[in-house]
Design a protein around this ligand. Structure first.
Ligand code: SAM
Length: 288
C-alpha cells in the first residue's frame, strides 16, 4: 500500500471506495507530509510508546504512528472508513482499529488490558465539532496519559495556551492548564487538508502534569467560580460570582475572601491566575 499524506494517493483511495465525506463527523483529511512529521515529532513518539489515535480517517496519520510507535489503537466512528483502513494499514502488525465513538468507549479498561494500565500518548487530527469535549473527557475521566498532541482550530489552541490578561484567556485555558502544560508546535493552513476547513488550524501538545500544579480542596467549586467569572466577563469578579445561579455566596463573603488574598474588590475574573482561583476556592469554602 502506498503511503498516504499527499493529494494523489488520498484521492485514489477515496475514489476506489466511493467514499463520501460526512460533515457531521468533522472529516478533513491531512494531505501534507511536513505536517504529519511535525505531529509525530511534537508527540515525541518512540518505539516504547502505546498510542491512541482518535479518528484515523483513511489512516494517513496512523501510518506515521505505526512506523514510529510500539503499538497503536485507532478509534474511528465512521463505519465507511473501516474497509479503507484495512487496506491502508494492511502492512502494519502493531495497529488495532476499533469502530467506536471515542466519547463512549471504555478507555480505562482498554488501557488496562492492552498496556497494563500504563500511561499512553494520544495523537489526533481532531474532529473540530467535538474538540473540547474529547480533550476534557480524557482529563476528567483520569485516563493515564503522558501527553496529548492534537490538531485543533487555531483559535482553540490559542485559548488553551493563553495566560491571564490576554484576550484569549478564559475557562478553557484554566481547565486545560489545570491538567497539562500546553505548547503550540505548529500552525497549519487550510490547504494541508482535504476538504479544506474554513478556519486555520494548529498542532498543540498538552504535557500532563505529574503532580497537580496547585492544591485545591474543592475542585468542583473552583471550576464553578471560573465558569461564573468568565460567563460575565465584563462584570467585576464580585458581581459575577454574586449573580451566578450556581453559587450561593453573598457579596460580603466574596469581598472578605478577596481581601484576605490581597486582591482588589474591583478585580475582574480574567485577571486571576489558576493559582489565585484555587486560593479563592479554598478561602470561600473555609468562610462558608
Ligand atoms: N486522522 C485523519 C487525518 O488526519 O487525515 C482524519 C482526521 S478528521 C479531522 C477526524 C476523524 O475523526 C474523521 O475520520 C471522523 O470520522 C472521526 N470522528 C469524528 N467523530 C468521532 C468520534 N466521536 N469518535 C471517533 N472518531 C470520530
Amino acid at each position: 500500500m502506498a503511503k498516504l499524506g499527499n493529494p494523489k494517493n488520498t484521492i485514489e483511495i477515496l475514489n476506489k471506495y466511493k467514499f463520501v465525506f460526512q460533515k457531521k463527523f468533522g472529516q478533513n483529511f491531512l494531505i501534507d507530509t511536513h505536517v504529519l512529521d511535525k505531529i509525530v515529532k511534537a508527540a515525541e513518539i518512540t518505539k516504547d510508546d502505546f498510542v491512541l489515535e482518535i479518528g484515523p480517517g483513511i489512516g494517513t496519520l496512523t501510518q506515521y504512528l505505526c512506523e514510529n510507535a510500539r503499538e497503536v489503537i485507532a478509534v474511528e466512528i465512521d463505519k465507511a472508513l473501516i474497509p479503507i483502513l484495512s487496506e491502508t494499514l494492511s502492512e502494519y502488525q502493531n495497529v488495532t482499529v476499533l469502530n467506536e465513538d471515542i466519547l463512549k468507549i471504555d478507555l480505562k479498561t482498554l488501557i488496562k488490558e492492552r498496556n497494563n494500565g500504563n500511561p499512553i500518548k494520544v495523537v489526533a487530527n481532531l474532529p473540530y465539532y467535538i474538540t473540547t469535549p474529547i480533550i476534557m473527557d480524557l482529563f476528567e475521566r483520569q485516563i493515564p496519559l503522558i501527553n496529548v498532541t492534537v490538531m485543533v482550530q487555531k483559535e482553540v489552541a490559542d485559548r488553551m495556551q493563553a495566560s491571564p490578561g490576554s484576550k484569549d484567556y478564559g475557562a478553557l485555558s484554566l481547565a486545560v492548564q489545570y491538567y497539562a502544560k500546553p505548547y503550540i508546535a505548529a500552525n497549519v493552513p487550510p490547504n494541508c487538508f482535504m476538504p479544506r476547513p474554513n478556519v486555520g488550524s494548529a498542532v498543540i501538545r498538552l504535557l500532563l502534569h505529574q503532580d497537580p500544579p496547585i492544591i485545591v480542596k474543592d475542585e468542583v467549586l473552583m471550576f464553578r467560580l471560573i465558569r461564573a467569572s468568565f460567563n460575565q466577563r465584563r462584570k467585576t469578579l464580585v458581581n459575577g460570582l454574586n449573580n451566578s445561579p450556581d453559587l450561593s455566596f453573598n457579596k460580603e463573603v466574596i469581598m472578605e475572601a478577596l481581601h484576605s488574598l490581597g486582591l482588589s474588590e474591583k478585580i475582574r475574573g480574567e485577571a486571576l491566575s489558576l493559582n489565585q482561583f484555587a486560593s479563592l476556592a479554598n478561602r470561600l469554602s473555609e468562610l462558608n
